[in-house]
Structure formats: structure tokens, C-alpha cells
Write a protein that binds this ligand. Structure first.
Ligand SMILES: Nc1nc2c(ncn2[C@@H]2O[C@H](COP(=O)(O)OP(=O)(O)OP(=O)(O)O)[C@@H](O)[C@H]2O)c(=O)[nH]1
Ligand SMILES: [Mg+2]
Length: 244
């Protein structure tokens, strides 16, 4: 019997790719760039998350990079972290609706509402995730660490075209990212530098292939930090899926 579309073994199973990172680092722009680069050869859908508006979805629709019906907005009404990690219901429904309406999709991109360094996606919502920082946030952000920086499937250091203007060494940021990530990939990106956009698109295409052939295993980058209780009990949150 052939696999159903939701089955992990179906050859056209959609890759759900989360894009997280602090406010304004360029998540929507990265999604627009990916749609512009890949929409000719892949079937793509997009889900955006904003706290009080659907501004990101509107921006992407206005960019004309994708059929507007393929761009859905989730208004979280609360901390964006919650809607991608703790109660993913609204996002899961939006993704499943898109997949049903435009089957078969190759890729659904889910943009997190801009949050702080701790926000990561639940692996129940996405199969892989990109964490986006930018040079304008300061050269020391990578060193500050966090689950997305350390364990997202790809760390992007964005807007490298601005590095000289904000007196940040973007190559050093990329290097520090590699040191913090036990060899997981880090990419310096600027939508103005085609070679970096091509490297991003190549990574996404390779991730779709790995997802389809079963060689990619979703991991949970969080939770954030171990904690101790007054009686000395320590919860380390160590989990086999966290180890590289
Ligand atoms: N110079 C430069 N600016 C960029 C680049 N990518 C994005 N920007 C600018 O950065 C600003 C924020 O970009 P967005 O894509 O809206 O960022 P975001 O992370 O989606 O923002 P929120 O959803 O509000 O958290 C915009 O003014 C973009 O034009 C880049 O590669 N280079
Ligand atoms: Mg955005």
C-alpha cells in the first residue's frame, strides 16, 4: 500500500523549516530571498507569526515573491516564543492547511515572531530550523549563546554588507559561531551578495533531500538552561537528541 502524504516515508513529504531569531535580524527578508531564489523549482508555502499584526505576511505578499494565498499569518497575541514552542496549535493548523490546499508542497517556511536569544521551535512543529542573527546586533551576540545559536540546524549571521558600517568583524562572528556549535554549519549572509544567497539556497535544497531520504533527524535545540532546587536537586535537561 502506498504511503499517505503525512507518512514519514512519502517521497513528497514537505520539509517544515523554522526561521527564528531576535527582532529585525532579517527573518522575513531571508524568507523573501529564499522564495525569490527557489520558487521556480520548488513548491513553497509560508506561515508568519506576529504578536499583534499580520505585518510580516503583508510584507511578503507585497514583495510578490509567492502566490499571496500561499502566505498565511498567525497572530500570536502573546509571547511569540509560546506559539512556536509551548502551544503550537495555531501554527500546526496553519501549516497543515497550507499543505492540504497546495499539496504536494516541497517546503513550508515558518517565521517566528521576533523574540530574544532563547526562542526556538518545537520539533513537533518543524523538521529543521535556522537561527538568524545580524551584524547590526553587535559582534558579541554569538558569544552570548543560547539554544538557537548553539543547536539550530543552521546559524545565519545576516546583513554582512553592513559589517563595516557598524564596525563589526562578520568573519570573526562566523568563526565564533562555528566554535560554539560543535561543527554545525554557520553562514554569513547578505541579500546583496549573490554567492551567499546561493549558499543558503543550496543548504535548504540539501536539507529537503536529507529530510526525504530519512538521513536528517529533527532535534530539539531547547530547553534553555539547567536549574537547581534548594534541596540540591539539579535538572540538567540533558537529552540524547541534544548531543551532536
Ligand atoms: N543591509 C541589509 N539589510 C537587510 C538585509 N536583510 C534584511 N535587511 C533589513 O533589515 C530590516 C529588518 O528586516 P526583516 O526581514 O523585516 O527582519 P525580521 O527579522 O523579519 O523582523 P521581525 O519580524 O520584526 O522580527 C529591514 O529594514 C530589511 O530591509 C541584508 O542582507 N542587508
Ligand atoms: Mg519578520
Amino acid at each position: 500500500m502506498p504511503d499517505s502524504p503525512g507518512s514519514p516515508h512519502h517521497p513528497t513529504r514537505t520539509l517544515r523549516l523554522g526561521i527564528a531569531g531576535p527582532v529585525g535580524t532579517g527573518k522575513s527578508s531571508l524568507i523573501a530571498t529564499l522564495c525569490r531564489t527557489l520558487a521556480g523549482r520548488l513548491q513553497i508555502g509560508v506561515v508568519t507569526n506576529d504578536i499583534y499584526t499580520d505585518e510580516d505576511a503583508q510584507m511578503l505578499r507585497a514583495a510578490g515573491v509567492l502566490d499571496p494565498a500561499r502566505i498565511r499569518a498567525v497572530e500570536t497575541g502573546a509571547c511569540p516564543h509560546t506559539a512556536i514552542r509551548d502551544d503550537i496549535t495555531a501554527n500546526a493548523i496553519a501549516v497543515e492547511d497550507l499543505e492540504a490546499d497546495f499539496a504536494p508542497l516541497d517546503l513550508v517556511l515558518v517565521e517566528s515572531g521576533g523574540d530574544n536569544l532563547t526562542a526556538t521551535f518545537s520539533p513537533a512543529l518543524v523538521d529543521a530550523q535556522i537561527f538568524v542573527l545580524d551584524v547590526a546586533g553587535g559582534g558579541d551576540v554569538v558569544r552570548k549563546g543560547g539554544p538557537g545559536i548553539a543547536r539550530a540546524d543552521l546559524l545565519v549571521v545576516n546583513k554582512i554588507d553592513l559589517a563595516e558600517h557598524v564596525e563589526v568583524d562578520d568573519e570573526l562572528m562566523v568563526e565564533q559561531g562555528r566554535d560554539a556549535r560543535d561543527g554545525r554549519p554557520v553562514l554569513g549572509l547578505s541579500r546583496k551578495r549573490p554567492e551567499t544567497v546561493a549558499a543558503l539556497a543550496d543548504w535548504v535544497v540539501a536539507m529537503i533531500a536529507a529530510h526525504r531520504d530519512g538521513t536528517h533527524h529533527p532535534v530539539d535545540p531547547g530547553p534553555m538552561a539547567p536549574h537547581a532546587h534548594i534541596d540540591g536537586t539539579v535538572h540538567s535537561h540533558e537529552h540524547a537528541a541534544h548531543t551532536p
